[in-house]
Design a protein around this ligand. Structure first.
Ligand code: SAM
Length: 234
């Protein structure tokens, strides 16, 4: 279970009402039962159900099981979509190895102010589901121009471009191994011509094609993340 608390031997605290209900009525655990906790900072700890009452479940932290792993190198830059598909996009990005989620506001972005707290809640839920301890960071939305200006020259940006020539992206992908790098997927309306021009002249940007058809933004995201996992694997 994900808990926001600092974890350490002997630490005790009450589970949230939702998690208390889950432990007591879904998993039907008794006092003394052991569970695993993580907070995305201190690693994975075993804990015991120290006490339970109608109102609350107290947890007592026991021992460190796994140290906190580093976040993956991938900075996933995406134009926020409408809510339901955005939830899906975020969940898949966590499952497919994003270490940082960076919403990017482009000219045709549909949602100019994505709900960051909702994105963060989706990330935690996805991390719990796929059993990762390093909870990806969700940054505040950034304007497209500022993203590129701030992008350090030592970092590559892999740009999903439906007009990219079918050059083989593998060499560029393999060049990013063991370094922080970005993946950029456009909005449903695509990048503007001006944005595309900006992207194409930057030395640290590599355009990758994902086949001859126009993919929906969330399809392109999962496809590109799969290409990255298959080549860079992180
Ligand atoms: N530009 C398209 C148009 O105007 O119909 C729509 C953009 S598509 C829905 C959303 C994003 O997915 C694009 O900006 C691009 O980043 C990515 N994408 C879609 N199809 C792709 C392909 N075949 N190859 C690479 N990227 C693709």
């Amino acid at each position: 279970l994900f808990v926001p608390n600092d974890l350490g031997p002997e630490a005790e605290f009450e589970a949230s009402p939702q998690q208390g209900h889950y432990l007591m009525h879904v998993l039907r655990l008794c006092e003394g039962a052991e569970i695993l906790l993580f907070n995305g900072r201190d690693g994975e700890w075993s804990a015991a159900i120290a006490a339970k009452s109608k109102k609350a479940v107290r947890l007592k932290v026991l021992a460190l099981q796994r140290p906190q792993p580093p976040l993956p190198n991938l900075i996933y830059c995406f134009a926020p979509l409408k809510q339901g598909r955005l939830d899906y996009l975020v969940q898949k990005a966590v499952e497919m190895g994003a270490g940082v989620l960076q919403p990017v506001i482009t000219q045709h972005t549909q949602v100019a102010k994505p709900g960051i707290e909702r994105l963060r809640a989706n990330v935690v839920e996805a991390a719990e589901q796929c059993g990762i301890l390093a909870v990806p960071e969700v940054r505040e939305a950034e304007k497209f121009e500022r993203l590129l200006a701030g992008w350090g020259k030592e970092r590559r940006l892999i740009f999903c471009d439906e007009d990219a020539s079918t050059n083989n992206p593998l060499p560029a992908l393999q060049a990013v191994r063991e370094k922080k790098f970005g993946l950029l997927v456009g909005p449903e309306g695509g990048f503007s011509d001006e944005e595309r021009r900006m992207l194409r002249v930057l030395p640290f940007v590599t355009a990758i094609p994902l086949g001859p058809r126009i993919l929906r933004a969330d399809t392109a995201a999962v496809a590109a993340l799969a290409v990255i996992q298959a080549t860079v694997g992180d």
